[in-house]
Write a protein that binds this ligand. Structure first.
Ligand code: ATP
Ligand code: MG
Length: 359
């Protein structure tokens, strides 16, 4: 029984670590994370698609981190950033003298990623001349270094990402259909931020906290107009744009108040923004944090830990959420100490534990 308990605790801790950096609890994001959990342990190829800044690279890391390959290398290659001839040697490596300028032997990314994960970013930009070679290594798990006839066997899990419409590229003859089908074993589509606006307040607060700490500028107050302007903006650059705008706002902040970093034209005629059932009337960071935590706890029936718990949904460690709840004076309404279903966990004071449940 003790052993089971320990197993459950460590399972839970590792779950929290997995998605710690992925903020948001919109149904759209939840659906993506469920797919990630399902496919990660399988070793199958994953194709992540989504607009720029939607978190494709973050998801690629998460897939690796919760797979059995997590102790092995995670190797990334951006196919768009490298000219054709260099890209081939980046992927497969080369022998000394394989081409002019090949002054030493080079190990390619497929070899470096052996037993681990290779993340091919911007895979839609891979030149047509290289597509057959990529297909072969994906199918056979074998390749030759440039300038060598020796065949290398590898065991690589491929995660690919693109913000281009690959089916459209296949129709136009710019992307080989056989490679597309080989990549598209398990597609994950990341929704743009404007289609999951419920996540905006949590993301804003996350970046305010992280960037404020990094820059030594503590933000204590987010005016409701600012939060509502941020919540109703279109975010063409998605989460990366949000992150950059929050950084600008933190720099421009005075007396701990977060200014609205959006241009005036974007903010006109936008009153309060309704977030699901409740309107987030943010007056201070403390208030908006409190509202968000309460809403989330109520949404999950006051479950704190575990995959479906409030901590995971808020992208927080269980202990961090408990600490925040204590700080903000949030407790489950109407629960007697005798109904405590969590038991006094190691990090939770008894006086507080009775308000919580873990599953
Ligand atoms: N759900 C999220 N929670 C917290 N941070 C996020 C989330 N999604 C994305 N980010 C952050 O936003 C930034 C952009 O994410 P990422 O680089 O993964 O996007 P991308 O889809 O790969 O973009 P691009 O197509 O431009 O390469 C990163 O700093 C990432 O950490
Ligand atoms: Mg990226």
């Amino acid at each position: 029984m003790v052993a089971t308990e320990i197993l459950r605790t460590s399972d839970q801790a590792s779950y929290e670590r997995r998605f710690e950096q992925i903020i948001g609890n919109s149904p759209a994001l939840e659906a993506v994370l469920e797919q990630v959990e399902r496919v990660a342990p399988t070793g199958s190829t994953v194709l992540i698609q989504g607009e720029t800044g939607t978190g494709k690279e973050l998801i690629a890391h998460a897939i690796h981190n919760i797979s059995s390959r997590c102790g092995r290398p995670f190797v990334r290659l951006n196919c768009a950033a490298i000219p054709l001839d260099l890209l081939e040697s980046e992927l497969f490596g080369h022998e000394k003298g394989a081409f002019t300028g090949a002054i030493a032997q080079k190990i390619g990314r497929f070899e470096l990623a052996d037993k681990g994960t290779l993340f091919l970013d911007e895979v839609g930009d891979i030149p047509s001349a290289l597509q057959p070679k990529l297909l072969r290594v994906l199918q056979e798990q074998e390749f030759e270094r440039l300038g060598s006839t020796r065949t290398h066997q590898v065991n690589v899990r491929l995660v690919a990402a693109t913000n281009r419409d690959l089916t459209e590229m296949v129709n136009r003859g710019e992307f080989r259909s056989d490679l597309y089908y080989r990549l598209n074993v398990f597609p994950v589509l990341l929704p743009p931020l404007r289609e999951r606006r419920e996540d905006i307040p949590a993301l804003v607060m996350h970046f305010v906290e992280v960037l404020g700490r990094r820059m030594g500028r503590e933000i204590e107050h987010i005016p409701p107009e600012t939060m509502s302007a941020l919540s109703s903006y279109q975010w063409p650059g998605n989460i990366r744009e949000l992150q950059n705008l929050i950084e600008r706002a933190v720099i421009l902040s005075n007396d701990g108040v977060l200014p609205n970093p959006l241009p005036a034209a974007e903010t006109e005629q936008r009153a309060t923004v309704s977030l699901g059932a409740t309107t987030l009337g943010a007056t201070t960071l403390r208030d908006s944090e409190r509202t968000l935590i309460l809403q989330t706890l109520e949404g999950v029936g006051w479950v704190i830990g575990g995959p479906k718990g409030a901590a995971a949904k808020l992208g927080l460690k269980r202990t961090t959420l408990i600490h925040k709840m204590q700080k903000l004076g949030i407790a489950r309404p109407g629960l007697q100490s005798s109904e405590n279903v969590m038991g006094p966990g190691p990090q939770v004071p008894d006086s507080f534990a009775r308000h919580l449940s873990t599953n």
